[in-house]
Design a protein around this ligand. Structure first.
Ligand code: NAP
Length: 293
């Protein structure tokens, strides 16, 4: 029998993921803090829930996709949250990117109430969410991971159990470190190429075919050339993630000198009022540093 899924948080990522679950044949009940997004899911064949209680009532799987650690804590443990209403035995998949220590503690609280928790942050951006092609790094128990494989398959392509609760978020923190560093160096390269009057489209084409090639270059290079920074993944969220990885690295006694420098540049871009830009908008601060803007 097909699973009933409660989907909480229908933002840039959550709404297309929920639509893909509908497309895969699941019954999907969506809840969003501002209700118009849930109405959009209903138009696509899902159901709109007015409250978290309504969404999780009788659900086999509960998915959360909200911005930050306090938001997940709110929807899980709040007075009218998931733990107050979900049925024991339901799987709770958190696709949000949050602190690994918070993920572990919330997973423990969920397990105490009889839920089966999986921290399962994703990578692949809005395009990956729309195309059902996300990478999903999962922390939790093997049996729980196996039991919801059909749910993961409907939204992702590369899906890996990386360890016990919290591990998914640790891997995602590393992901965000790598992506931010890539974006920063790509932005520096574009500003450098433009200073020499090189034909940048050709330059990025040939760079993309060599060792400098990357998904970041493929997906963000043209955005920088066009100065087109509509999100996508908002810089404010990447700022949150750089906070997560710098704190977790410090906690582990690990030095991340380049990552820390990039975290400062991301923070500066956000402080200048550009937190709503796509993370490729880190380019704006790189331009400024060279007096090009
Ligand atoms: P988003 O577009 O800002 O959507 C966030 C959603 O969470 C919105 O529906 C929002 O509701 C809801 N929300 C926010 N705070 C809430 C709260 N306290 N209680 C209940 N609902 C709340 O964000 P997103 O880009 O989809 O990102 C979601 C998560 O995925 C983040 O952790 C992000 O780091 C991660 N992620 C994003 C991308 C990407 O490319 N965008 C890629 C990988 C991972 P309202 O509509 O009412 O504001």
């Amino acid at each position: 029998m097909s699973k009933t899924i409660a989907f909480i948080g229908l933002g840039i990522m959550g709404l297309p993921m929920a639509k893909n679950l509908v497309g895969a044949g699941f019954t999907v009940r969506g809840y969003n803090r501002s209700p118009e997004k849930a109405a959009e899911l209903a138009k696509a064949g899902g159901q709109a829930a007015g409250t978290i209680a309504e969404a999780v009532d009788g659900a086999d799987v509960i998915i959360t996709m909200v911005p930050d650690s306090p938001d997940v804590e709110d929807v899980l443990t709040g007075e009218d949250g998931i733990l107050a209403h979900a049925e024991a035995g339901a799987y709770w998949i958190d696709n949000s990117t949050i602190r690994p220590d918070v993920a572990k503690s919330l997973s423990d609280q969920a397990a105490e109430k009889g839920l089966k928790p999986l921290d399962a942050p994703v990578s692949g951006g809005e395009a990956g969410a729309i195309n059902g092609a996300l990478s999903i790094m999962v922390g939790g128990a093997q049996a729980d991971f196996d039991a919801v494989a059909d749910v993961f398959d409907a939204v992702g392509k590369t899906i890996v159990l990386v360890g016990p609760s919290g591990s998914g978020q640790t891997v995602k923190a590393a992901n965000q470190l790598i992506v931010a560093g890539n974006i920063e160096l790509l932005a520096e390269a574009v500003v450098f190429l433009e200073a020499y009057g090189v034909e940048t489209t050709s330059a990025l084409q040939v760079l993309g075919g060599g060792l400098a090639g990357s998904k970041v270059l493929e997906q963000k290079g043209q955005k920088m050339l066009d100065r087109s920074f509509d999100p996508g993944f908002r810089l404010a969220l990447h700022h949150k993630d750089m906070g997560i990885v710098t704190a977790a690295a410090r906690e582990a006694g690990v030095a991340i000198p380049l990552g820390s420098a990039v975290a400062q540049l991301v923070a500066s871009t956000v402080q200048q009022g550009n937190g709503g830009l796509d993370h490729s908008g880190l380019f704006t601060v790189v331009e400024q540093l060279s007096g090009k803007k």
